[in-house]
Design a protein around this ligand. Sequence first.
Ligand code: PAF
Length: 282
Amino acid sequence: MTAEVRHTVVDLRGDLRTGAQRAVVMTMGALHDGHAELVRQARRMVGETGTVIVTVFVNPTQFSAGEDFDAYPRTLDDDVVVASEAGADVVFAPNAVEVYGLTGGFEPTSVTIDPGPLGDVLEGASRPGHFRGVLTVVSKLMGMTYPDVALFGEKDYQQLTLIRRMVADLSMPVEVVGVPTVREADGLARSSRNRYLSPEERRVAAVIPQALAAAAQQSDPQEAVETGLRILSREPGIDVDYLVVTDLDLGPAPRIGDARVLVAARVGTTRLIDNQPMRVGS
Ligand code: PAF
């Protein structure tokens, strides 16, 4: 069945049946199989009687000047097909005035969500204000869709970590579920931005998950970083921003236990991020 498409909160409210479980998958559109997997999992979680909502909104407040806000792919008709086939009931695609009022998000609003210090490291270090924009729009979209559960991809691990923290710190009544990254056959993490890559850049980009996988096989954080960087350095087309090992909350790597290895790199003008679980000390 084709999902209903709603553009306003007033129209959406009619789809929010009381008593039924509701799951939301928030996206900026350009849906790919990674998003489809989130929708399929959402459907499994709420069952046939529940409601699965996919939001499609390219959020201006999470882009800095000079980033790809204007160029970001806008493919709503295709997105409705992908969302429907994966099991969504509703696609909520508001415009910027619906989400932010008359400023459309292009002028600062007075109340925003402060991500705290974790918003300034890793992705936040090279994208100032990014996570304030993400958390603010995620909380607004939660207020519009009233979900019982919200699903986010682990590919954006820092985003997922900050959303979990926001929900806990602000006592928001929603369960946040992280879904493992969906990958291309050669390991590249699915991302809407992969479509910016030329065929040659696409070939080069496949080295990133190889380096990450080799790093994640190490048991010592320092060796993991050195292994990953060594592999990346062999490919001149990759400009590394960071490759780090952290604990599961993005703090310092544990002496022993579960950890995460995260990488960000530029291939041509496209910034790619990826991460994998790793085990330290065993
Ligand atoms: O991950 C994304 O696509 C976006 O950051 C999100 C969560 C939809 C907020 O705009």
